[in-house]
Design a protein around this ligand. Structure first.
Ligand code: R5P
Length: 311
């Protein structure tokens, strides 16, 4: 068996794939990903991967074709006799319905876990899953990395004074507390009540924010409703400067226009999802998670611990 590492990048975020390949000093596998005339996805792996340790890089943000392409690539690798297949999923889509909290709703995050497992993945490398319990939806090994080291390094470099980390909802308190500890900052929470799945209404601030330099921290910015409403309330409460940091720039609808018009001065995100709309919002700073993911891939391949990447 030749367990040489093989890296495959799907079409969802090829730039991230290239950066990870460059970090690892390997070439991306030759893969043909195209369409049948009716629009169905067609994939073919052109390199020999028999007996190889294969990592497939594909974030699964909308449209669902990204997920389907990942499933097809996993299936192709199985049938090409790869020795091990790791799905590297920098953004795990369909994560927001992760429990049956209303009648007649799916648990989408579990369904997607089933699909990835059934397709033949042996393990998953994820980044900042929306909810930690999604790890338990998989009966294969899963490593869930955090973007915190990348975001913190950048925020520390800004040399902010009197910093308060603000979680825009109670779900983000754990992440907020970890950041506050590392930055020697205070912690505050915005008590958000959601009206519908895509609309949020900010209520109260728990904690001191007046005259503080604020970092609003979230895992995802989708419509940007959560973060911009939090920023408005914080500004009214006397916050000095407001920046926002989130791992996944989903940026749906008019999110970028909302951010541009908001009191937020800078929006720090990662390249887990490609961002190509710089013209619509001048405040976006994109940090590169390829060294983090690349190092995790290297360590998984060689069987070294990855716990150092959580520090
Ligand atoms: C919610 O639980 C998440 O952590 C984010 O706050 C949410 O997904 C952000 O969504 P939006 O930008 O649409 O308000």
């Amino acid at each position: 068996m030749n367990d040489e590492l093989k890296l495959i990048a799907g079409t969802a975020n090829p730039e991230l794939g290239r950066k990870i390949a460059s970090y690892l000093g390997v070439d991306l596998c030759q893969v043909e990903i195209g369409r049948f005339s009716d629009g169905e996805i067609k994939v073919r792996i052109e390199d020999n991967i028999r007996g190889r340790d294969v990592f497939i890089i594909q974030p699964t943000f909308a449209p669902a074709d990204n997920l389907l392409e990942l499933l097809l690539l996993i299936d192709a690798c199985c049938r090409a006799s790869a020795s091990r297949i790791t799905a590297v999923i920098p953004y795990y889509g369909y994560a927001r319905q992760d429990r049956k909290d209303q009648p007649r709703v799916p648990i989408s995050a579990k369904l997607v876990a089933n699909l990835i497992t059934k397709a033949g993945a042996n393990r998953v490398l994820a980044l900042e899953l929306h909810a930690a319990q999604i790890q338990g939806f998989f009966d294969i090994q899963l490593d869930n990395l955090f973007a915190a080291p990348v975001l913190l390094e950048y925020i520390q470099g800004k040399k902010l004074k009197n910093v308060t980390i603000v979680s825009p909802d109670v779900g983000g308190i754990k992440m907020g507390r970890a950041f506050a500890k590392r930055l020697g900052a205070n912690l505050a929470i915005v008590d958000k009540r959601r009206t519908t799945a895509d609309n949020s209404e900010v209520m109260n601030i728990i904690g001191e924010v007046a005259k503080s330099d604020i970092v609003i921290l979230d895992d995802i910015i989708s419509t940007a409703g959560t973060i911009t409403q939090a920023a408005e309330v914080l500004r009214k409460a006397g916050a000095r400067t407001i920046i926002a940091a989130a791992t996944h720039p989903v940026f749906s609808g008019d999110a970028l226009e909302k951010l541009e018009a908001s009191p937020i001065e800078e929006v720090i995100v990662t390249n887990s999802i490609p961002f190509r709309d710089g013209k619509r919002c001048s405040k976006i700073v994109v940090l590169d998670v390829s060294p983090l993911l690349g190092e995790a891939i290297r360590r998984i391949h060689t069987g070294e611990s990855i716990s150092i990447l959580f520090m």
